[in-house]
Design a protein around this ligand. Structure first.
Ligand SMILES: *[C@@H]1O[C@H](CO)[C@@H](O)[C@H](O)[C@H]1NC(C)=O
Ligand SMILES: *[C@@H]1O[C@H](CO)[C@@H](O)[C@H](O)[C@H]1NC(C)=O
Length: 373
């Protein structure tokens, strides 16, 4: 339930009304005026609940979601893996319990806002003449959470009965890492028992009429390279100073960055297919009371990089590049990953997702189960 690296769009206004409504399951009658205003009013209610980090009003959001669940006759539980941080889990039981379930996830919390920069109050859920709804979380991602619920409402009204169980999770702390919500849920027995086959979660807002589907995300790979070299007087020219060695690496990394960026600019690859590399810190120099000692070449220097690798990236060749070009021992350089464990976990996750998806065989040949997926 992490997200694509650039899914942090926090624009103020959302989707046009028709767009919102068109997400409701296709093939069903377009909602009547009366239904429309009820649907929008429920969305507004949710937007008006102040679930802004760092202290979201979980009590109100929980109450609201439970009342929605109740009106839809969904089973519900509130699970506090961490006290005060509720995960709301709703269930629409399927008719065939032997089939794995579907999980639709969303988060209840939203990022902070600066009210003075808004044309309408961020918690007001104001609708302008064009049908734009203004509210923090209207895109990220209260809209989606409500759309799940509204779709269920429509399906229930139509008499639809799912074969697979459908779960909805509303997690509390996605905007600050998801450690107390989604992460705890994913490792819980509750989750194991849910027997989930497919999870749908947050994506990117779209500025046109296309809905883009994302099936993978960039894994962060935080690299710190360090260089060591003989210290020396600032006036002396000599090889293999720590700074010189580090600069060679930085140059090489910059060339790689440019080559990836060129592919993107030329339209040969998309954002999710290139490896992004950005230098995020430089640490070197010998401090003095007024800044840095200016006539000494230091014996150590280091730099940090935020690398984002798509699941399709050739990881072995990237690792080789780091060992041989970016931080070679032959130049007295060392490197470490600040989050390598996390990174590997990401690979495992993608491995299992890709494996599961590519070997998936629909259980029945009738249209219903295919539509469902
Ligand atoms: C919303 O909650 C945040 C705390 O997370 C608080 O700082 C802010 O003042 C609240 N805004 C309103 C309008 O209640
Ligand atoms: C490695 O570090 C040592 C000690 O600082 C230095 O004498 C040597 O020149 C360095 N070698 C390279 C290739 O940077």
């Amino acid at each position: 339930m992490e997200k694509a690296c650039n899914s942090h769009y926090h624009n103020q206004s959302l989707l046009l009304l028709p767009l919102f409504l068109s997400l409701l399951v296709a093939g069903l009658a377009y909602p009547t005026q009366d239904e429309q205003s009820q649907i929008i009013s429920r969305f507004q209610q949710y937007l008006q609940i102040n679930t802004t980090q760092p202290s979201p009003d979980y009590q109100s959001s929980t109450q609201f979601l439970l009342s929605q669940a109740n009106s839809l006759s969904l089973e519900s539980q509130v699970i506090e893996f961490v006290k005060g941080k509720p995960v709301i889990l709703l269930k629409w039981p399927g008719s065939d319990l032997s089939l794995p379930s579907i999980l639709l996830n969303s988060h209840t919390d939203v990022v902070p806002f600066e009210p003075s920069k808004w044309t309408h109050p961020p918690l007001g859920a104001y609708i302008d003449e064009g049908g734009n709804i203004f509210g923090r979380g209207s895109q990220d991602m209260k809209s989606v959470g409500m759309q799940y619920l509204e779709a269920i409402r429509r399906l229930k009204l139509s008499g639809f009965q799912p074969k697979r169980s459908l779960y909805l999770s509303f997690v509390p702390d996605e905007e600050i890492g998801g450690y107390d919500g989604a992460k705890k849920l994913a490792y819980s027995d509750v989750f194991k028992d849910m027997n989930v086959e497919i999870v749908l979660d947050e994506g990117l807002p779209s500025t046109d009429e296309n809905y883009r589907l994302f099936y993978a995300e960039m894994a962060p790979w935080w690299l710190v390279i360090k260089s060591n070299g003989a210290p020396g007087h600032g006036a002396k020219l000599y090889d293999n100073s720590a700074m010189e060695n580090l600069l060679k690496s930085i140059e090489s990394i910059r060339r790689f960055r440019a080559s990836q960026f060129d592919l993107l600019k030329a339209g040969l690859k998309s954002k999710g297919d290139v490896i992004s590399v950005n230098m995020v810190f430089l640490k070197a120099g010998t401090p003095s009371p007024t800044g840095f000692v200016m006539n000494l070449q230091p014996s150590e220097a280091e730099a940090g990089f935020d690398i984002r690798a798509p699941p399709t990236a050739d990881i072995e060749s990237l690792e080789k590049r780091i060992e041989e070009e970016w931080a070679p021992a032959s130049r007295n350089m060392t490197f470490e990953f600040l989050n390598k464990a996390e990174y590997f976990k990401g690979i495992n996750v993608y491995e299992s997702i890709i494996e599961a998806y590519t070997s998936y065989i629909p259980p029945g040949r009738d249209g219903v189960s295919r539509d469902e997926l």
